[in-house]
Design a protein. Structure first.
Length: 528
């Protein structure tokens, strides 16, 4: 069977690797799709790395507006080809064409690329700082090396390794990208890479600005992230794989940005249940089951105080879970992991309320599953109840009193998000004021009276959080231009002659609009 080509240094080449090959599987049928993709050798990966290193050296010498032009042109070309890309993504993931892929994820993908282009042209993102008295100037600039992007399975468009958030941020910061397709959607990634190559050629950028390898062996991936030519790594996936990548990168002194595991706690205070029981229950159900529960911000754990109203809340949520038909999961591995997590929760003392089993029939589906556990049982082994179940699974923890609820929150691991529902009339405010400082330390994004599923593409968005949600709580993978900073170096210039400085640090403002911190004041003016 003929294997699909890989993209190295501007050319589509047949892989010479004899390691292995694979086919994507349609999650709705459980059957493999036609196309076959190679597992590249370490030598092939190094070949791409070498080409990317040369591209990085060329990119730093080119005007940054060329990168902005590429990002805009790429978005235009994707827009032309979007229906073909969407159809392929739907086959590979079983995600709905409408509204998920066509009306939600594709517009977000295009918006990210265009916002990144605008930020590159504006240049304020680089945080130019000038101290004229000390004759010191600094800004963020590219790492001047390739960024390796390992994509997740749940967002085949908006987080695709060849078109998504990490790709846009790394390129906008001035770095070439080597994209590694998620095994769940290699055909979608190939279509993006084909489109990107057209844009690269028309923009006049180095041919190795974007390269594509579908997959490499784990051990070769660990060697690659530690390679001397690798500048940085972006990874979204499991905690176990992420930590292994981090170990390899840390040993070589390479920056690695990880998004791994997040249970996204939702705290429902007494007043919210008594005043808005049905509404909160509906919102929880919708958030847990959206996209078959395969969102990194899905609420996996709910904490509430034991009461008659809290029991009624559970019955209401359970009724929603039972009534809704389960959606398709992204792969067999996801299905197996859900089963293992649910079994572990029950073995540790959680009670199954509804669901709990794999669905019969073709494809990969699991019943919508709701469990409960007492605060005492949770606190006896808190880590065992914080394993992420990537599907429509939610665990409700019932605390005996406010002190125990605070203790439960104190024992939570880091998450991307944390939500608090409270009474609209202020009766829960003292309780909120007590638990908010605890929760604030545990999450990247704090929400009030709102479920966490969904991540807006906004400059104010933080899509990060304490470990194990990510590998570093100071950074975000969503939010332009803050997401760029992961793939930059802080560059300082001391008594460097004016004509030798980067344009952003010269006396004249290079755009007339760029914001710079000059002698302690943010301004758009030139230095006179």
């Amino acid at each position: 069977m003929k294997r699909e080509p890989i993209l190295i240094n501007g050319s589509w080449l047949q892989s010479q690797s004899l390691i292995d090959s694979y086919r994507a599987v349609n999650p709705a049928t459980g059957q493999p799709l036609e196309s076959c993709y190679p597992v590249s050798s370490y030598d092939e990966a190094v070949q791409a790395l070498t080409a990317a290193k040369q591209a990085a050296a060329e990119l730093v010498r080119l005007p940054v507006d060329l990168i902005a032009d590429l990002l805009d042109l790429y978005a235009e070309k994707i827009d032309i080809r979007k229906e073909d890309i969407i159809r392929t993504a739907a086959l590979e993931t079983a995600l709905s064409v409408e509204p998920r892929l066509r009306s939600v994820e594709m517009p977000r993908t295009l918006n990210q690329l265009r916002l990144a282009a605008a930020a590159v042209r504006d240049r304020s993102w680089c945080h130019a700082v000038i101290d004229t008295k000390a004759d010191l100037r600094s800004k963020y600039g590219p790492l001047a090396g390739p960024v390796l992007v390992f994509a997740p399975n749940n967002f085949p468009l908006a987080f695709n390794s060849a078109a998504g958030a990490d790709f846009a941020a790394a390129l906008a910061a001035g770095n070439p990208v080597i994209a590694f397709s998620n095994p769940g959607h290699p055909g979608t990634t190939k279509m993006f890479a084909e489109t990107a190559l057209e844009a690269v050629r028309e923009s006049g950028l180095p041919p190795a600005t974007l390269q594509l390898l579908y997959q490499i062996r784990f051990e070769d991936g660990f060697r690659l992230v530690a390679h001397s030519d690798t500048a940085a790594v972006a990874f979204t996936g499991s905690k176990s794989s992420g930590l292994k990548l981090k170990k390899a990168a840390d040993a070589a002194g390479k920056p690695v940005f990880l998004e791994m595991s997040s249970i996204n706690p939702v705290l429902v205070l007494p007043g919210a249940i008594e005043m808005r029981l049905k509404d909160v229950a509906q919102e929880l159900f919708a958030s847990c089951t959206m996209g078959s529960g395969q969102f990194c911000t899905k609420p996996g754990l709910v904490v509430l105080l034991q009461s008659v109203a809290a029991e009624e809340f559970l019955k209401t949520v359970a009724a929603h879970f039972r009534a809704a038909p389960p959606g398709y999961l992204l792969g067999e591995g996801v299905l197996k992991k859900i089963g293992a997590v649910v079994d572990n929760f029950i073995r540790r003392g959680a009670l199954l309320v509804t669901g709990g089993k794999k669905m019969d029939g073709p494809g990969f589906r699991h019943e919508n599953t709701l469990l409960r556990v007492s605060g005492d049982v949770f606190l006896a082994q808190p880590q065992d109840f914080q394993e992420e179940a990537f599907g429509s699974v939610c665990l409700l923890v019932y605390a005996e009193n406010p002190d125990q609820m605070a203790a439960i929150i104190e024992n939570l691991e880091g998450s991307l998000t944390g939500s608090v529902y409270s009474a609209e009339n202020g009766r829960d405010d003292p309780f909120y004021d007590r638990i908010k400082p605890i929760l604030r330390r545990k999450v990247g994004r704090l929400l009030n009276d709102k479920m966490p599923t969904g991540v807006a593409v906004s400059s104010a968005m933080a899509h990060g959080g304490p470990y194990p949600a990510t590998g570093h709580p100071a950074f975000t993978s969503v939010g332009i231009p803050a997401s760029f900073l992961r793939f930059t170096a802080l560059q300082s210039y001391d008594h460097v002659r004016e004509h030798r400085l980067p344009p952003e640090l010269r006396d004249k403002n290079p755009t007339g609009r760029m914001w710079r911190l000059i002698n302690g004041q943010w301004t758009q003016r030139d230095i006179s």
